[in-house]
Structure formats: structure tokens, C-alpha cells
Write a protein that binds this ligand. Structure first.
Ligand SMILES: NC(=O)C1=CN([C@@H]2O[C@H](COP(=O)(O)OP(=O)(O)OC[C@H]3O[C@@H](n4cnc5c(N)ncnc54)[C@H](O)[C@@H]3O)[C@@H](O)[C@H]2O)C=CC1
Ligand SMILES: Nc1nc(=O)c2c([nH]1)NC[C@@H]1CN(c3ccc(C(=O)N[C@@H](CCC(=O)O)C(=O)O)cc3)CN21
Length: 290
């Protein structure tokens, strides 16, 4: 092995240490099926989608805990109808012992369904701490967001970071998924330049069909130019294939400079493929170690 490839292998292994996964409220049986392939203690995020209800979200977080993982329930500000809804969710999580870690996010509805227009307003209620939350993740957008301008995104990120620090809550950032490492690392540098040193989980899709990936990318405003997806490992002319983040992770590992970029970890958006992603991660890790 050459010195360069030794260095790359070492970094890519540490990048995959303590990766996190994401599931929806409907994925409980898939989680049971994938459980053995996932390292105990792995953080597993539970989405807060419009087509889930309170019971599904709570049940999913309970299942994550029961199977030996760390639940990270999402709370979407714009999808909460009232302060009561927010408190009811937090109280139930607390009672279940699944409220230690949460991810707060604005939410896709163009108009808030209740009193909270953004995730900062959830933090500012002070309710998180009251219900036992200790660690709060917020989102990051290396490629920007289709509905929110760049200046707003940066001021929101800095304000959330400051507000969490002021409440002595631990924090972290999870990025929107993407297919191109370059904007991710440029964005990470900007985060560090703004004085935010917390761990950043880089969002990547688990292995999935190309058609499915393209659909989600279009829905969430993630770039899929021909050159970017070619670099990632698929072609726009073959929608029947599948693609995993192999090259993305190798490129990320190669370019990751801990002195400049700080602590980075990986967050897998599984898009219905919890088992496929868990098996893939175990195999990729083993190959990196070999
Ligand atoms: N990264 C992810 O995994 C996920 C991202 N999202 C979406 O990302 C967007 C932003 O969420 P955060 O970064 O937490 O922002 P945020 O809650 O910190 O808000 C930042 C700024 O954007 C505005 N904003 C938030 N959501 C908006 C929307 N849907 N349309 C127009 N303006 C909006 C807020 O009023 C605020 O000024 C939301 O649309 C959210 O639904 C949703 C679920 C998961
Ligand atoms: N702006 C934005 N909004 C989001 O809601 C969002 C992002 N970004 N980034 C990625 C994450 C992950 N998201 C999702 C969304 C849907 C499923 C999902 O499995 N949905 C269907 C399955 C439909 C299908 O078969 O494709 C479901 O059953 O709910 C998973 C993750 C939502 N997320």
C-alpha cells in the first residue's frame, strides 16, 4: 500500500465511525429487519413528515431505543399546529426516555400551520430543556435552499448556534444530502470561519435506485448536473441503475483536513432502504479497513 492510500484509508475509516441513519415513522419493521447490521449505540433520526402522526413518530423513537440505538426525533416547527402540540410531543418523548437528542427543523409548508415559523422559535421557547433535551441538531445547506436565500440561511444557523449555546444545550449540524463533495467542504470551511466548531454530519443518500435519488433531489433542490452525478457514479441516461455514496465518501475522505474542517461524520438518508444502507455501510467499512 502506498503512503497516500494508507492515509486515505485511515481517514475514511474514521469518517464512518459513529455514522448516523435516518428513518421515517413508517420504517419500524424495516428497522427490526436491519437491526443486526447496525452498530449498537448508532444515532438514528426519525423524520417528522406530513404523512406521519404523533403515535407513529413516538413508536419509531421507542423502537430505536428498544433495539439499542440512540433515537434522534425530528421536530418540524412549521408542522406544529400549536404550543400544545409541541409540548405534547416533547412530554411523550420525555416519558418514553427518547427526548435526550432532537433535530429541530423549519419544515417544508410554505405557511406555518401554527405559531412556529422556524426552528429558532422552538429553541427560544425554552421547552426543550424542560423536557430533558440535552443535544440539539440543526440543518445545514451546502448548496443553499430553493426557498430560502443564502443570507437568511447563514443568519439562521448562527442564531440557532448562539441560542443553543446560551441555554447550555450541546449542538451539532446535519447537512442536506448532496452528490458533490466540493460545495460541502467549501461550506464547512465557511461554518468554521464563522466560529462554529461543533461536529458536522455530512448528509449522503444510502444506496438507492437512480430514479428514486433523482426524484428526492428534485423535491429538495439538490443539484444533479450531468457532471456531478457522473462524478458520484451514475449517468442520467441510465435511470434503471442504483448508486451508492462510495466515490463521494472516498473523495470526502481524501479532501478532509481535520485542521481546517474540524470534526466530520456521516449521516445516511436511507429513503426506505434502512437495511440496504446498513449492510452497505458495514461492507464499505470492512473494505476500507482491509
Ligand atoms: N435538512 C433536512 O433534512 C430537512 C430540511 N427540511 C427543510 O429545510 C427548510 C429550512 O429548515 P431550517 O434549515 O431548519 O430553517 P429554519 O427553521 O432555521 O429557518 C430559517 C429561515 O428560513 C425560513 N423558512 C423555514 N422554512 C421555510 C420554508 N419552508 N419556506 C420558506 N421559508 C422558510 C424561516 O422563516 C427562517 O427565516 C425547511 O423548508 C425544512 O422543511 C425539512 C426536513 C428535513
Ligand atoms: N427540504 C427538505 N425537506 C425534507 O423533508 C427532507 C429534506 N429536505 N432532506 C432529506 C430528508 C429526508 N426526507 C425523506 C422524505 C421521505 C422519505 C420517505 O421514505 N417517504 C415515503 C416513501 C415514499 C417512497 O416510496 O418513495 C414515505 O413512506 O413516507 C424519506 C426521507 C425528508 N427530508
Amino acid at each position: 500500500m502506498t503512503p497516500a492510500s494508507t492515509a486515505r484509508t485511515a481517514v475514511s475509516t474514521s469518517l464512518l465511525e459513529d455514522f448516523s441513519l435516518e428513518m421515517t415513522g413508517k420504517d419500524v419493521s424495516r428497522l427490526e429487519e436491519a437491526g443486526d447490521a447496525i452498530p449498537q449505540g448508532t444515532r438514528i433520526n426519525v423524520t417528522f413528515l406530513g404523512n406521519e402522526d404523533l403515535q407513529m413518530r413516538l413508536e419509531a423513537a421507542r423502537a430505536v431505543k428498544r433495539l439499542g440505538f440512540v433515537p434522534v426525533p425530528h421536530i418540524s416547527a412549521r408542522r406544529l399546529g400549536s404550543r400544545d402540540d409541541f409540548e405534547r410531543f416533547l412530554a411523550a418523548l420525555h416519558a418514553d426516555g427518547t427526548s435526550d437528542n432532537v433535530f429541530v427543523v423549519g419544515g417544508d409548508p410554505a405557511h406555518p400551520e401554527g405559531p412556529y415559523a422556524d426552528s429558532l422559535s422552538l429553541i427560544d421557547t425554552g421547552l426543550l430543556q424542560e423536557y430533558g433535551v440535552r443535544h440539539v441538531s440543526v440543518s445545514g445547506y451546502p448548496e443553499g435552499h430553493p426557498e430560502i436565500d443564502g443570507t437568511t440561511l447563514w443568519s439562521a444557523l448562527c442564531a440557532k448556534y448562539a441560542a443553543l449555546g446560551a441555554q447550555s444545550l450541546e449542538s451539532g449540524i446535519i447537512t442536506q444530502f448532496g452528490f458533490d463533495v466540493d460545495p460541502v467542504l467549501a461550506w464547512v470551511e465557511e461554518v468554521r470561519n464563522r466560529g462554529i466548531g461543533v461536529p458536522i454530519r455530512i448528509g449522503v443518500p444510502g444506496p438507492a435506485g437512480v430514479r428514486r435519488l433523482m426524484g428526492y433531489a428534485a423535491r429538495f433542490g439538490v443539484g444533479t448536473s450531468a457532471s456531478v452525478v457522473k462524478k458520484y457514479g451514475f449517468s442520467l441516461t441510465n435511470l434503471m441503475g442504483t448508486a451508492g455514496p462510495d466515490r463521494f465518501l472516498r473523495d470526502l475522505a481524501e479532501a478532509h483536513d481535520p485542521g481546517r474542517h474540524g470534526e466530520l461524520k456521516i449521516h445516511f438518508y436511507t429513503f426506505g432502504g434502512l437495511k440496504a444502507t446498513s449492510d452497505w455501510a458495514a461492507r464499505f467499512r470492512k473494505e476500507s479497513l482491509a
